[in-house]
Design a protein around this ligand. Structure first.
Ligand code: PBG
Length: 307
């Protein structure tokens, strides 16, 4: 009589691909996750497909960064290289989503370019996001996923994609993205350090606010978002439930790096049964209204569900 049953089709696996590596590099704060070479990435996708996970969110880790984050839209930037290889190898067997942000590519680690005063320049940044979206779609991304929380980013990206002939590329908006301490391990994964001890509270949401989450999702849908996301997941099930009840597009949640790391760490100590806790959490996210879930547990859980 269970109302909610998690399946491999609910899961999207975030994967990291790094430029200039000769072998995959384990991410110590995310046990079981790697910065991949392009080759090991192809192999990792194969392993996921065998377990029924066919959607991926790609993050690129470049060798060089600059103040504009130009590697993000360079046709030979690492994400674009990886997207082309994945599409060539797997074609329609995979759904390729690309995280669309500048923070992995900027020397200062912010999600946008900076003004002379050192604050993020919203409007200059969204023009660059449109360029990144076009480069990603050109390289084979089915879905671009803006995660920078700039105002007007979805509209700018939609217009950019359409003007370049990519009207069939979809937009998954990180709509209700909270300024969260749960992203800690991710910053190691992509080697991002925000300059001068800065943070993202000027553009990400305040976790003390609930209604703002729905407002952000509605604004993104009005601008052309095909799907929306809530992030992190477990501490924001109220926001997720609000959004799921009020929108008519697919809704997702991102079970983020810190959520994964906590379960792994407690599991390693024998304090909890990690796979059971992971399944309980992810099923709860689906129960709260998510139509799909981004999670570093995707492959492990999907494999477990086969048994
Ligand atoms: C921004 C981005 C972040 C995450 C996904 N996209 C980091 C941030 O906003 O600081 C975090 C994902 C995670 O913690 O698993 N490119």
């Amino acid at each position: 009589m269970a109302e909610t049953v998690l399946t491999s089709a609910d899961l999207v696996a975030p994967l990291f691909v790094a430029e200039g590596l000769s072998a995959p590099h384990p991410i110590s704060s995310l046990p079981g996750q790697f910065q991949h070479t392009v080759d090991s990435l192809l192999n990792e996708v194969d392993l996921h497909l065998a377990n029924g996970v066919n959607a991926f969110m790609l993050f690129g880790v470049p060798v060089t960064k600059d103040d504009q984050g130009s590697g993000a839209w360079d046709p030979n930037g690492i994400t674009q290289v990886a997207l082309r290889e994945l599409k060539a190898r797997f074609g329609h067997d995979v759904v390729l989503m690309a995280d669309l942000c500048l923070d992995e590519y900027t020397s200062h680690g912010h999600c946008g370019v900076l003004t002379a005063q050192g604050t993020v320049d919203n409007d200059a940044t969204i023009a660059l996001y449109a360029q990144v979206a076009i480069a990603q779609a050109q390289a084979g991304a089915n879905v671009v996923a803006p995660s920078g929380m700039m105002d007007g980013q979805v509209l700018a990206i939609r217009q950019g994609l359409d003007s370049a002939g990519f009207d069939d590329a979809a937009i998954l908006a990180y709509s209700a993205k909270y300024a969260s301490a749960f992203y800690g391990p991710f910053r190691e994964a992509v080697k991002v350090e925000i300059a001068d001890g800065g943070d993202r509270r000027a553009y990400q949401q305040d976790y003390r606010n609930r209604r703002e989450g729905l407002r952000e999702a509605l604004a993104d849908i009005e601008q052309g978002a095909d799907m929306v996301m809530v992030k992190p997941a477990m501490s924001y099930l109220d926001v997720l439930s609000d959004i799921a009840a009020n929108v008519d597009v697919p809704v997702s949640a991102y079970h983020v790096s810190g959520e994964y790391a906590m379960i792994k760490a407690a599991g390693e100590r024998g304090w909890i049964d990690a796979p059971r806790v992971a399944l309980e959490q992810l099923t709860s996210v689906k129960r709260a209204g998510a139509n799909f879930i981004l999670t570093y547990f995707a492959n492990e859980i999907a494999e477990g569900l086969k048994r």
